[in-house]
Design a protein around this ligand. Structure first.
Ligand code: NAP
Ligand code: SF4
Length: 678
């Protein structure tokens, strides 16, 4: 069976009358951070062209501002700026003339992050930096004109269409919601008045670009806000923007300030598409669905059950630009799946770091800088350690033509990923391991498991290069009684090698302390695998769709019969350094499970009575049955030191190179970059 027959709905073209999409998968909008970088347009052109070659039907660019108040790095309002954008559209159309590319027009409104930011009313967003300036009626007229001008410039730059974002807490959506629109003129008050601005933007954009141009309107089909949009308002808005000239409606499921995760790894795949399906019944134009659709089979199922006409995949296209071709060719086991971690994409965007990339694919947004050329001389390379760094190195090096032997003392590949995949909500790590297993076969990597490499063996085999990716050793803090029977290292806790009691202290509140707390307080089915459980845990009502989609009552959270204290020595709030866009959800989950967060702890002793501490200077005994150590890591360099002593040249990558705040993003990036030049 070919890929195209396995995914008949995905590979059915879509006729828009004046133009045609070659399949039903589009690359959704992702800010790249290149919009304002030196040589950013050349780099964006290469980035989008690579996705066009990879088989996607349509691309939506990262958000581009229609004017200087819009609060986005890249702007398109002049012919000079349009000339720069031509680099992108030409590169995409040269890569595949059938692929359409649309510019997303983004005005962030109250989230613009500058004192001159504007909104319908002077209502500060919970996550905004400044109270916005309320627009005058003339100011509103100017904003509409700027949207229309931006669309016209996009058309002259060679784009096939535009997407107008009317969701997420950005300018258009703040006109819609009562709490952010306090106006009493024709732009506020009644629902008809509140939707006037977005509808007028669509009408004027359509008038500026004519009929033969794609105009997509992105609507918050569930904004996740208490007091947010009611279903009948969403329907009437969708019908009004359709009448005003939108020829595709794209459904979105968030306001950025809403306290419900909608794309993070704890969200089930395709959790929200039923809402798009309902909207599809009441409009005539095609609708796009999105959120946590990361594999072709998921997209096919969504389309087959009639939830949408098109499926948007944004982050999955960062992770693997060739996703659609691989599906078409029946090579889905080669897809490098987006694990929804946000660590190298949205955490960078929202953390104010300029550039976006991808944890599992460091080439994303670095296409012109990080190239995996075939090597001119094929070397014999030993890679010791099959964790994230070793796997990434081996894959890239073998793909370039080197003969790679990958050695690990464990019985399976994956290293620390084998811990991550056991944490409820992190099931996607199984996909990364599947991908690497396939890469090992595909690129003819010799895999030696259950093998402890030593310097003599590596020297005797005469490898041209030795890469040491031996990872980390968990840190055992120097606390009196740390060898007590009730003390359990985190690896044993996660692998279930030792029993965990009913009252538990977790020492260390980094990513792993939080993961362990999640694991040991969890009960029942993982919410990431069951939409009903997820909906109950986050107070979403898909069936009745109250305002915002959320019930407003305290969510019901299943939890294990355990009392847990998560602690750290620092006086800061716990979990401060977790991912910018996901940390809040982890903190909220643990709080709902009743986990006690204790900062400013000095560990004194562990004995039969429990854990003796001073908390902010005051003596305190935690009468616990188990103490789990999650106190960070140190590099495991025994082999490297042996090789040095034996005079065998070797290079360190991953946790063995640097264990502090060890993370897979840095390990994979470092290993891939070294493998690209070796
Ligand atoms: P970590 O983030 O570096 O945290 C280590 C924890 O141990 C800190 O809370 C630290 O807090 C404590 N600690 C350090 N030295 C100690 C000592 N000598 N005695 C007692 N406590 C000590 O490391 P991790 O939790 O092992 O996680 C490793 C990395 O894995 C993370 O940085 C992250 O990149 C990655 N990861 C990420 C996630 C995620 O959600 N994104 C999840 C899992 C893992 P105090 O010094 O204040 O006590
Ligand atoms: Fe997906 Fe994580 Fe890559 Fe972002 S960084 S695209 S969430 S795998």
């Amino acid at each position: 069976m070919t890929g195209t027959s396995r995914y008949p709905h995905v590979f059915a073209p879509l006729d828009l009358g004046f133009t045609r999409l070659k399949n039903r998968i589009l690359m959704g909008s992702m800010h790249t951070g290149l919009e304002e970088a030196e040589h950013g347009f050349e780099r964006m052109a290469a980035y989008y062209a690579e996705r066009a070659r990879g088989g996607v039907g349509m691309i939506i660019t990262g958000g581009i501002a229609p004017n200087t108040q819009a609060g986005v790095g890249g702007k398109l309002s002049t012919p000079e700026e349009a000339a720069q954008h031509r680099l992108i559209t030409q590169a995409v159309h040269a890569a595949d003339p059938e692929v359409k590319i649309c510019l997303q027009i983004l005005h962030t409104g109250a989230l613009a992050g500058t004192p001159d930011c504007v909104a319908p009313s002077a209502v500060k967003s919970r996550i905004g930096r400044f109270t916005p300036n309320a627009l005058s009626e003339a100011g509103i007229e100017q904003q509409i004109a700027d949207f229309a001008n931006c669309a016209a410039q996009a058309q002259s730059a060679g784009y096939d269409g535009v997407e107008i974002i009317g969701s997420a807490g950005y300018l258009l959506s703040t006109f819609l919601v009562q709490k952010t629109n306090l106006r009493t003129d024709q732009w506020g008050g009644s629902w008809e008045n509140r939707m006037r601005f977005p509808v007028e933007v669509v009408r004027r954009v359509r008038a500026a670009v004519g009929e033969r141009f794609i105009v997509i309107f992105r609507i918050a089909a569930m904004d996740m806000l208490e007091g947010g949009l009611a279903w009948d308002e969403i329907v009437s808005l969708a019908q009004a923007v359709q009448a005003a000239g939108a020829n595709i409606i794209s459904t979105h499921f968030c306001w950025h300030e809403a306290p419900v995760p909608t794309i993070a790894t704890m969200v089930p795949r395709a959790a929200f598409t039923s809402v798009t399906g309902r909207l599809r019944q009441v409009v005539q134009v095609p609708v796009i669905t999105s959120n946590r659709i990361n594999m072709p089979a998921v997209a096919e199922a969504v389309l087959a059950r009639g939830d949408a006409d098109l499926v948007s995949m944004a982050r999955p296209m960062l992770a693997d630009p060739e996703l659609v071709n691989k599906a078409a060719q029946g090579r889905e086991d080669e897809i490098n799946t987006c694990i929804a971690c946000n660590q190298a994409c949205l955490d960078h965007t929202f953390g104010g770091r300029l550039q976006v990339s991808c944890l599992v694919n460091p080439r994303a947004c670095n296409e012109t800088l990080l190239k995996y050329h075939a090597s001119s001389a094929s070397k014999r390379i030993a890679v010791v350690g099959a964790g994230p760094a070793g796997l990434a190195f081996a894959t890239v090096a073998a793909q370039r033509g080197h003969r790679v032997t990958l050695i690990d003392s464990a019985a399976e590949i994956g290293g620390q990923f084998n811990l991550a995949k056991r944490i409820p909500g992190k099931e996607e790590f199984h996909e990364t391991l599947r991908y690497y297993r396939r890469m090992i076969d595909l690129h003819g990597i010799t895999l030696r498991l259950n093998t402890r490499a030593d310097a003599a063996m590596l020297q005797a085999e005469g490898f041209d290069e030795v890469i040491v990716a031996t990872g980390i050793a968990p840190r055992t803090p120097a606390i009196a009684g740390v060898d007590h029977a009730k003390v359990v290292p985190y690896i044993d806790a996660i692998l279930g090698r030792q029993p965990i009691g009913r009252r538990v202290a977790i020492l260390g509140a980094g990513g792993i302390g939080f993961d362990v707390a999640e694991l040991i307080t969890h009960a029942g089915t993982s919410a990431a695998l069951d939409v009903d459980v997820f909906a109950r845990e986050w107070g979403i009502d898909f069936k009745n769709h109250p305002r915002g989609g959320v019930t407003g009552v305290v969510p019901q959270v299943a939890r294990a019969d355990r009392e847990v204290w998560l602690m750290q020595r620092k006086a800061d709030a716990l979990g401060k350094n977790l991912g910018r866009t996901t940390g809040w959800a982890h903190r909220m989950t643990l709080a709902r499970r009743g986990v006690h967060m204790v900062a400013g702890v000095e560990y004194l002793q562990i004995d039969d009575a429990g854990l003796h501490t001073r908390v902010n200077g005051e003596p305190r005994l935690f009468e616990v049955d188990t103490v789990i150590l999650c106190a960070g890591q140190t590099p495991l360099r025994t082999l490297y030191d042996e090789l040095q002593a034996a005079g065998v040249p070797a290079q360190l990558v991953g946790g063995a190179f640097e264990a502090a705040e060890l993370d897979a993003k840095r390990a994979i990036d470092q290993a891939s970059r070294l493998a690209a030049i070796i």
